[in-house]
Design a protein around this ligand. Structure first.
Ligand code: GLN
Length: 377
């Protein structure tokens, strides 16, 4: 059979994880923690399963979780979404992104993405006949250039996708940048997909600004969050989308047929855990310590790093070490040195990056072992 998707292969995360297994390498590639989650979360999930919550959750998500999300969102961002009309629980942020894009983008519509852009955006846009219009983030800190974004806007622009804290670069948008975006979009009907899955991981005293805090953005936005990222359980596949009622209605049309609902008992457990703000307010300090520990360990290596501002990713430049392109270099790192990382080029349409991404959501032993490898190169 002829493939329906000739341009789509296997994601770089699957590819590098497979190589890590094959070469018995340390895996700092795909972004997931290698330390345990809060034991209480597991106990609560088990309890809800024992109590018989083993059938479908409501399509929009379990009511107690929607209530907890509304309360948490109000506490964090000063806006309380409506539990019936503005919240949709999805199977991870991946389904959230996929269903959102497919719910509103039609054939021929243009969607502006800021590159490097997380790898799911472009295929999701193209699968519904849309056109991804890339605009490069600028400089060492991967900042948005609003003149370039303005130039990329056309009569066909349906949506803009932003992502802060940013995967894969760790860049974090400022209040001024959010305000500039609000002003830029004000005279348009362009929708915004704001991927905020690393919302609670921001370093050096910075803070995350959610699109929900800016009225001009909120009224046109799908804001996507991830419980897997916030609670160290990426495998549980629970995320959510907050969007105004007119957009949530469209999203639910897709979500009901893509997955219908996410795992019920986990949703009920998250609803309880979310009431304790310490579970997420301590995350920035927790991961900042890991970032600092890792950066201190590789200080004398030949890899150069500008400290990540948020997320649990750190970019490393191997410019002084090799002329190989980043994919080839990442493969060499696994095969010869036993360390799996993620090259940056899969996040671009065209790139000549000499950068690789490591995930520092790892225990100290793993971070030390990885730093030892890098220091020897
Ligand atoms: N978000 C994860 C990362 O950036 C990957 C998720 C996935 O494998 N699709 O590593």
């Amino acid at each position: 059979m002829q493939t329906k998707f000739p341009a789509i292969g296997t994601t770089i995360f699957t590819e590098m994880s497979a190589l890590a297994v094959k070469h018995n390498a340390l895996n700092l590639a795909q972004g997931f923690p290698n330390f345990p989650c809060n034991e209480q979360l597991i106990e609560l999930t088990y309890l809800f399963m024992k109590k018989g919550f083993n059938q479908y959750a409501p399509m929009a998500g379990a009511l107690p979780l929607r209530e907890s999300i509304a309360a948490k969102t109000e506490k964090c961002y000063g806006y309380k979404p409506d539990i019936n009309d503005e919240i949709t629980i999805t199977c991870g942020a991946t389904e959230a992104v996929f269903s959102t894009i497919n719910a509103v983008v039609s054939a021929g519509d243009e969607v502006i993405i800021l590159e490097p852009a997380f790898d799911i955006y472009k295929p999701a846009i193209e699968l519904c006949g849309g056109v991804a219009v890339p605009v490069a983030l600028q400089g060492d800190f991967f900042e948005p250039d609003f003149e370039l974004i303005a130039k990329a806007i056309s009569s066909k622009t349906k949506m803009l996708i932003i992502n802060s804290p940013h995967n894969p670069t760790g860049a974090v948008w400022t209040n001024e940048q959010m305000l500039t975006l609000e002003k830029l979009l004000a005279p348009t009907n362009i929708l915004l997909l704001s991927d905020e899955v690393y919302e609670h991981i921001v370093f050096d005293g910075k803070r995350h600004y959610s699109a929900l805090e800016f009225e001009g953005l909120r009224k046109r936005s799908f804001v996507i969050s991830s419980l897997g990222k916030t609670y160290h359980v990426t495998g549980w596949r629970v995320g959510y989308v907050i969007a105004p009622a007119y957009l949530t209605t469209e999203l639910k049309k897709l979500h009901q047929y893509v997955t219908f609902s996410a795992h019920t008992a986990s949703q009920l457990a998250f609803a309880e855990i979310m009431k304790d703000e310490n579970q997420y307010l301590g995350l920035s300090d927790f991961f900042q310590e890991k970032r600092n520990h890792f950066l201190a360990k590789i200080e004398d290596s030949k890899f150069k790093a500008i400290p990540s501002q948020g997320t649990y990713f750190q970019l490393l430049s191997y410019q002084s070490l090799s002329d190989l392109n980043d994919k080839a270099y990442a493969i060499e790192l696994v095969e010869k040195h036993g360390l799996a990382t993620i090259p940056l080029s899969p996040f671009y349409q065209n790139s000549e990056s000499k950068l690789i991404r490591i995930c520092f959501a790892k225990d100290e032993q793993t971070l030390n072992a990885a730093a030892d490898i890098l220091c020897k190169i």
